[in-house]
Ligand binder design. Structure first.
Ligand code: NAP
Length: 259
């Protein structure tokens, strides 16, 4: 299936690794011109090199912290006015809510709520004028089924979700859609870091922790970043213009509800 986005410009945030990288790969395969962002320049350039080699697509890079005003300005100066925006940033650290002060909350809100909103604000009006735009926010399964130790993530991402729910109905009439992708467990560096933490806390080996988590998922495994990237590319496709304001859970069936 040709997704109809060849030549479209895509800004994919937090994309040198993991889920962001996978979204960039899938969009580049469809012929989009992709701008990658991450703080670490080395991994960023290596990823850009790999994507160019694999897909032949044009790939731009900006080494910047997307959660800062300066970082976002640097990114927008390079990618111009994108047709496709994938928002993403690192997730807040787990912990106990008693230990989180105002600064911890502001940092979480900045990264996982206010940064996506600022990027939407900076790019939406041009998309509306062009009558084409696709915005996908990478959030978390924790928005649908909160995880107690990820309270900063539960709170900040739910704020973004509520905001998007209102805006997405105002833009679809001009073929600009806004949706959220909610990852469950995907095999990325972040998941491995979490497994290391649980291993230290529980005294179990990392492999035992990972095996338990795999077995606890109805699919019996973790998701692959490529599965996530292709779901993102579909939401960014020309054909997905009737899908807006949705929260698509990719979790191997882990969430037990009917809806
Ligand atoms: P990952 O493998 O650790 O990759 C994170 C990527 O984001 C890296 O390229 C990193 O590069 C970049 N990044 C982080 N902070 C950034 C910033 N401030 N500015 C620019 N780039 C930044 O993580 P992931 O698993 O793909 O997770 C992506 C998002 O999905 C996170 O918010 C995570 O909480 C959420 N999530 C993931 C899972 C999962 O199972 N993987 C599940 C639920 C939710 P630099 O460090 O060089 O900047």
């Amino acid at each position: 299936m040709d997704l109809g986005i060849s030549g479209r410009s895509a800004l994919v945030c937090a994309s040198s690794k993991g889920l962001g990288r996978a979204c960039a790969v899938s969009l580049a395969r469809e012929g989009a011109v992709v701008t990658l962002v991450a703080r670490g320049a080395e991994a960023l350039e290596a990823t850009a090199h790999d994507i160019r080699r694999e897909t032949g697509a044009r790939v731009l890079t900006v080494a910047a912290d997307i959660t800062t005003h300066e970082g976002r300005a640097a990114v927008l100066a390079v990618c111009g006015e994108p047709d496709i925006l994938v928002t993403n940033a690192g997730g807040p650290k787990p912990g106990d809510f008693r230990d989180w002060d105002r600064d911890a909350w502001i940092a979480a809100l900045d990264a996982n709520m206010l940064t996506p909103i600022a990027l939407i604000k900076a790019t939406l009006d041009t998309m509306l004028a062009r009558r084409f735009g696709r915005i996908v926010n990478i959030t978390s399964a924790a928005v649908k089924a909160p995880i107690d130790i990820l309270g900063l993530s539960n709170g900040a991402r739910s704020g973004l979700t509520g905001f998007v729910a209102g805006l997405a109905r105002k833009t679809v009439g001009r073929n600009v859609t806004i949706n959220n992708l909610l990852p469950g467990p995907f095999e990325t560096d972040r998941l491995m870091e979490t497994a290391r933490l649980w291993s230290r806390q529980s005294g179990k080996t990392e492999e035992a922790v990972l095996a338990e988590r795999r077995a606890g998922n109805p699919a019996g495994r973790f998701g692959t970043p490529a599965e996530f990237g292709d779901a993102c590319a579909y939401l960014c496709s020309a054909q997905a213009g009737f899908i807006t304001g949705q929260n698509l859970l990719l979790d191997g069936g882990n969430y037990p509800g009917t809806f």
